[in-house]
Design a protein around this ligand. Structure first.
Ligand SMILES: Nc1ncnc2c1ncn2[C@@H]1O[C@H](COP(=O)(O)OP(=O)(O)OP(=O)(O)O)[C@@H](O)[C@H]1O
Ligand SMILES: [Mg+2]
Length: 275
C-alpha cells in the first residue's frame, strides 16, 4: 500500500476522525554488527489525539529508540509507523515537513540541546525559520510567537536577548519547552525532560508541562523511568522491557493492578517523594 492509499482518500470522514494520530505496527530497530542489539523488537501501539501516554522501562529498554523512530529522527529496521494516516517510514526529509511541524521534542539535558552561542530568542524561533517548516507555518509572525511562548513558560520577555548560560537548569528547560511550543505542535514528545534537573525544580517543570498540555490540548508522549512522574502526568502507560511491550493500559489500571512482575518491580522502586 502506498502512502497515498493510507491517506484521507480511502477513509470516509467519520473513519478519519477515529483514526489514531499514530499507529505503530511491529516496529523493530536493531543496532550493531548483523543487528545483534535488538533495541526494539516487534512493538505495536496507537496514540489517539489528546492522549497523554507515558513510556516507562528500565535503562536500555528501548524508550528513546521508540520515540526517535516516531519523530522520524531514525529509521526502523522493519515495521510501520503512520502519522495522521500517512506512512512516514521511508519518507524523504522534504516530505516530512507535516510531521516536523506537528511533532516537537524536549530532551533530557537542556545544556546540550540548546546552542550556547545563540540568543534565547533565536533558539526559540529557530523551528519557525527552518526550511522544511516554513511552508507549513506561513502565517506565523516569529516575534509575536516568541513573546507568546516565553510568557507561556513563565520566562520574562527580555530573556529573548540573553544566552542559555545566563539561566538556571530549570529555566533552560523552559526555554527548550518554549522552542517546542513555537511551531504550535499537535504532539509534544519529551524524553526524560526533568531527570537532569535539580530535584527542587522538577515538580515545577512537570506542573508547567502538565498545564501546557491541558491548555493547548496537546497529545503528550512522555518517556520516563520514574513511575511517580507518570502517575502525575499521564492517562495511559506502556511498559517496555528489552525492546518489547511488557504491559500497557490506562495509568489507573497499571498502577492499581500491575500484571507483570517487571512493572511491579518498577513500582516498588518509586522513591517515597510526593510531587
Ligand atoms: N545508536 C545506537 N547504536 C548502538 N546501540 C544503540 C543505539 N541506540 C540505542 N542502542 C541500544 O539499544 C538499546 C535501547 O536503547 P535506548 O536508548 O532506546 O534505551 P532507553 O530505554 O532510552 O534507556 P535510558 O533509560 O538509559 O535512556 C540499548 O541496548 C542501547 O545500548
Ligand atoms: Mg533513553
Amino acid at each position: 500500500m502506498s502512502a497515498d492509499d493510507a491517506g484521507g482518500g480511502v477513509l470516509g470522514t467519520s473513519e478519519t476522525s477515529s483514526e489514531p494520530l499514530y499507529r505503530v505496527t511491529d516496529l523493530t530497530r536493531s543496532f550493531g554488527r548483523g543487528g545483534r542489539v535488538r533495541a526494539l523488537d516487534g512493538v505495536s501501539l496507537e496514540v489517539r489525539r489528546g492522549q497523554r501516554l507515558c513510556i516507562v522501562g528500565e535503562s536500555g529498554s528501548g524508550k528513546s529508540t521508540l520515540i526517535r523512530l516516531m519523530a522520524a529522527l531514525d529509521r526502523p529496521t522493519s515495521g510501520e509507523i503512520s502519522f495522521e494516516g500517512r506512512s512516514i517510514v521511508g519518507m524523504r526529509e522534504r516530505e516530512l515537513g507535516f510531521l516536523r511541524a506537528a511533532v516537537q521534542l524536549v530532551f533530557q539535558d537542556p545544556r546540550s540541546s540548546l546552542n550556547p552561542r545563540m540568543t534565547v530568542g533565536s533558539i526559540v524561533t529557530e523551528p519557525l525559520r527552518s526550511a522544511h517548516l516554513r511552508s507549513a507555518l506561513d502565517a506565523v509572525d516569529p516575534r509575536q510567537r516568541l513573546t507568546e511562548v516565553l510568557r507561556a513558560v513563565d520566562l520574562p520577555t527580555d530573556a529573548a536577548t540573553r544566552y542559555p548560560h545566563e539561566f538556571s537548569g530549570g529555566q533552560r528547560q523552559r526555554i527548550a519547552i518554549a522552542r517546542a511550543l513555537a511551531p504550535d505542535p499537535a504532539v509534544l514528545i519529551a524524553d526524560e525532560p526533568v531527570s537532569a534537573l535539580d530535584v527542587s525544580v522538577r515538580a515545577q517543570v512537570l506542573n508547567l508541562l502538565s498545564d501546557l498540555v491541558a491548555a493547548r490540548g496537546l497529545t503528550l508522549i512522555f518517556v520516563s523511568h520514574d513511575l511517580a512522574v507518570v502517575r502525575h502526568l499521564c492517562d495511559s502507560v506502556i511498559v517496555l522491557k528489552q525492546g518489547r511491550i511488557e504491559e500497557q493500559g490506562s495509568a489507573a489500571q497499571v498502577f492499581a493492578h500491575p500484571r507483570a512482575a517487571y512493572t511491579q518491580a518498577l513500582l516498588a522502586a518509586i522513591p517515597q517523594i510526593r510531587l
